[in-house]
Design a protein around this ligand. Structure first.
Ligand code: UD1
Ligand code: CA
Length: 456
């Protein structure tokens, strides 16, 4: 079996992002770019995975875990970063795959084909993943020999006008034959425009030693390097397209796919229908045959089979909907469990609550869960009916099959099967409306007369 070590470069400052946050922690589909890269690498089952990070990048190390991290300080260029990682790796016979942490759309299949290309007889010392982006811009250019092998990589700012016209570019993904890697990388110098150690110089160095270098091409869309906010937005759009395609392929109906936004970890069962303009934050699991209606925003929620959510529903973290639950328009749920068949169809806030099965929660019901200092729990047991516009002041329990009258403010527990009314009592005064109107009309006449007099 061939062995594999992976080095991910993530020590750069990412200055073009204009951000307080390290570049590789910027998110695509609610997941750090670095995590996407590591997820693409994992199925290759490397023996070692080393992430090169900068000083004071504890957050990057945390996002990289369980991969090992190596600190490169100060960051003197991609060649220096790989040298630092190789020192930590020690002697390694096998493939050493180097990736840049800011090309987050890379797929496992593409990485596998690059490794296969290097191993193909006659084996190459170095294989580089190439691409033809619509605008080669600042990417390194791949210079090919007449036999199609790779001769050199020239960084854009070092390139002659003729070299800059080359359309084949360096994606930043390179695989080495491990035995050659330390020697080749040690030979990199920094006599260039940026006074940096360019990893890309290894190709010319290897050629000078008579070693073979090769390149294969993959789609530029997949190999996009994110250096700025506009590029981050392009990467996000590509990832969203992929996620939409993935869910549809797995049996989910998206009525207007381009308006639905997923997180990388969104899980959805088949025969679920998602209407336009729905946003999934991280940590959402949706069952089978669910209907998610337009304009809903869902984060950290689990939705049972056959449930109906929205339109205009907001499910916040800790929401767990049982099977066949209905959550309608302008309903906000947070840290709440709704049992099978329960309904909250209109204009409601329920937070920090446990709701049983077949409960009906009327329009405008609010759980008053926060007293300004602490959060308190509301329990609504099986079969209870909460009338419209009830305020349930937590901590409070509504017993099974109890009924809470509309407009009630409930501050004490309601026993099972009881009817609870917590509102001012109704009074009727026969004929009083007519008398009131007569009095009002008379007062208005008197005032009009007064004004007439003051004019003369
Ligand atoms: C690099 C390549 C370029 C290629 C492009 C692909 C070099 C010299 N250039 O350019 O040929 O077309 O990627 O996207 O390699 N990093 C470190 N330590 C450092 C410097 C950078 O770990 O000292 C990391 C960065 O965090 C980043 C990655 O290496 O994740 C690439 O660095 P970046 O500055 O973005 O390189 P590019 O200029 O994009
Ligand atoms: Ca880059």
């Amino acid at each position: 079996m061939n062995s594999l070590a992976v080095i991910v470069l993530a020590a750069g400052d990412g200055t073009r992002m204009k951000s307080a946050r390290p570049k590789v922690l910027h998110q695509i589909a609610h997941q750090p770019m670095l995590r996407h890269v590591l997820d693409a690498v994992a199925p290759l089952r490397p023996q070692r995975t080393l992430v090169v990070i900068g000083r004071e990048m504890a957050a990057v190390a945390a996002a990289a875990a369980p991969a090992e991290t190596v600190v490169q300080a100060p960051p003197l260029g991609t060649g220096h970063a790989v040298k630092t990682a190789l020192a930590a790796l020690g002697e390694f016979a096998g493939d050493v795959l180097v990736l840049v942490g800011d090309a987050a759309l890379i797929t496992t299949e593409t990485l596998a084909s690059l490794i296969a290309e290097r191993r193909r007889a006659p084996q190459a010392a170095v294989a580089v993943l190439g691409m033809r982006p619509p605008d080669p811009g600042a990417y390194g250019r791949l210079v090919l020999a007449t036999d199609g092998s790779l001769e050199a990589i020239i960084e854009a700012r070092e390139a002659s006008p003729g070299q800059r016209a080359i359309t084949l570019c360096n994606s930043g993904v390179i695989v080495f034959e491990g035995r050659y890697a330390p020697d080749l990388v040690d030979a990199i110098g920094n006599k260039n425009a940026k006074r940096e150690y360019y990893l890309t110089d290894v190709v010319a160095i290897a050629r000078k030693r008579g070693l073979l270098c090769r390149t294969i091409e993959a789609s530029a869309e997949e190999l996009l390097g994110v250096n700025s906010r506009p590029e981050l937005a392009v990467a996000e759009a590509t990832m969203q397209q992929r996620l939409r395609a993935k869910h549809m392929a797995a049996g989910v109906t998206l009525i207007d796919p381009t308006t639905v936004y997923f997180s990388a970890d969104t899980a959805i069962g088949r025969d679920t229908v998602i209407e336009p303009s729905v946003v999934f934050g991280p940590g959402v699991r949706v069952g089978e045959g669910v209907e998610i209606r337009a304009m809903s925003h869902i984060t950290g929620a689990t939705i049972g089979d056959g449930a109906i959510v929205g339109p205009f529903a907001r499910l916040r973290p800790g929401t767990e909907l049982g099977p066949r639950v209905h959550v309608g328009n302008f309903v906000e749920l947070k840290a709440v469990r709704l049992g099978e068949g329960s309904k909250a169809n209109h204009l409601t806030y329920i937070g920090d609550a446990v709701v049983g099965r077949e409960v009906n929660i009327g329009a405008g019901t609010i759980t008053c869960n926060y007293d300004g200092f602490l959060k308190h729990e509301t329990r609504i047991e099986d079969g209870a009916f909460i009338g419209s516009n009830a305020a349930l002041v937590a901590p409070v329990t509504i017993g099974a099959n109890a009924i809470v009258g509309a407009g009630s403010v409930i501050t004490r527990d309601v026993p099972a099967d009881a009817l609870a009314l917590g509102r001012g009592e109704q009074v009727e005064k026969p004929g009083a409306a007519r008398a009131l109107r007569a009095r009002g009309a008379e007062a208005k006449r008197q005032r009009a007369k007064g004004k007439e007099r003051s004019k003369v």
